[in-house]
Design a protein around this ligand. Structure first.
Ligand code: DP6
Length: 342
């Protein structure tokens, strides 16, 4: 009988963005980043790993379709987990599954893949965690998840999570760390406004590669802006200072997209709908004379909205007024509220 393990991992949304690598193979970033992990069950990946001596080869299915297991990043994760498992066994610890046994991996998202909703983050976090469970590996696994997809290392923890860029060439100090647990800021809410569920035209991996090669703004951002912003953001979160948190979040999203425009040839992830959401948020905040709502956009046009619980009903009404459900009855706002407590 195969040995079975099943896990879920949630998506994380960066409020200080990761964009650019200093090492493509190990996936080492040019700046640190900070994110909020969504509540389990909202936007998540569920992965089941089966280990059996009867399997002839490692195999992988994503959302029901078989995918190429020889993908280098997938191979890095598998290799690293098996290496740790071997080490553990040599230390005299029994492991849960045979080391020479092959794995079958099934992974399912409950949201659109590659629409800029950080599906690779939840996917690799989940893969690494389930493999670790199957092979009886423990400890910080964020360095392994990072080698699957950079942002995945932050989904290994809940709440508010920092990915320290590190300085070592071998990447051993480029790991994720919890800044505050999910219980720290219970009033905080995250809404996702789905402007398009289509695949993004330029993936993050190749997009950030071109940005590193061509954008001086990105270089300036990584060297001079993000280090200070990381401290300010950590402090804003610690104090639960929503206006400070919101302003930093919006400015960082804007600078990331400005760096995309500064890339040559330029990259556009925001659509006219994204732009309308940006204006709406600023008008809404101006109306109240205080920052009640913030937006953030990753490598796609979908808006992630941060606000506090008390403002959710009204802001949702405002969004529904300006973006009524389309002809297919599809609502612009998905899965509301996305999180009870981050
Ligand atoms: C815009 O982690 O998907 O979402 O490391 O090449 O897999 P790779 O890139 P990925 O990039 C995420 C970029 C971002 C910002 C962020 O999540 O920090």
């Amino acid at each position: 009988n195969p040995y079975l393990v099943s896990c879920s991992a949630p998506v994380n949304i960066a409020v200080i963005k990761y964009w650019g690598k200093r090492d493509e193979d190990l996936i080492l970033p040019i700046n640190s980043s900070l994110s909020v992990t969504l509540h389990q069950d909202q936007l998540k990946t569920t992965t089941t790993v089966a280990v059996s001596r009867l399997f002839k080869e490692d195999r992988l299915w994503l959302n029901g379709k078989e995918e190429d297991i020889t993908h280098p990043r997938l191979q890095s994760c598998l290799r690293e987990i098996r290496r740790l498992a071997r080490k553990r066994r040599n230390d005299g610890n029994p492991d849960s599954a045979g080391l020479s046994h092959k794995v079958h991996i099934c992974s399912v998202n409950n949201f659109p893949t590659a629409a800029g909703l950080a599906s690779s983050a939840a996917g690799f976090a989940c893969l690494v965690y389930s493999l670790a469970q199957a092979f009886g590996v423990e400890g910080d696994l964020s360095g392994i998840a990072r080698q699957g997809s950079g942002s995945a290392c932050r989904s290994m923890y809940g709440g508010f999570v920092e990915w320290k860029m590190g300085s070592r060439e071998d990447g051993k100090d480029s790991v994720a760390q919890q800044v505050e647990p999910e219980s720290h800021w219970p009033e905080l809410r995250i809404l996702v406004l789905v402007a398009s569920a289509k695949r993004k035209p330029i993936g993050s991996t190749s997009g950030m590669q071109t940005s590193v090669q061509t954008s001086l703004l990105l270089k300036h951002r990584a060297e001079s802006v993000v280090p200070r912003r990381m401290d300010e953001m950590t402090e804003a979160i610690r104090r639960k200072d929503f206006p400070a948190f919101a302003e930093l979040t919006m400015k960082d999203s804007n600078q990331f997209h400005a760096s995309c425009l500064d890339t040559y040839p330029p990259i556009f992830y925001l659509s006219s709908v994204s732009q309308q959401v940006i204006h709406l948020v600023h008008r809404y905040n101006r109306h109240y004379g205080e920052t009640r709502v913030a937006y953030s956009f990753d490598a796609g046009p979908n808006a992630v909205i941060f606000t506090s619980q008390q403002h959710v009903p009204e802001f949702v009404q405002v969004v529904q007024h300006f973006f009524p459900p389309d002809a297919n009855g599809e609502d612009f706002i998905k899965g509301l509220p996305v999180t009870d407590a981050v």
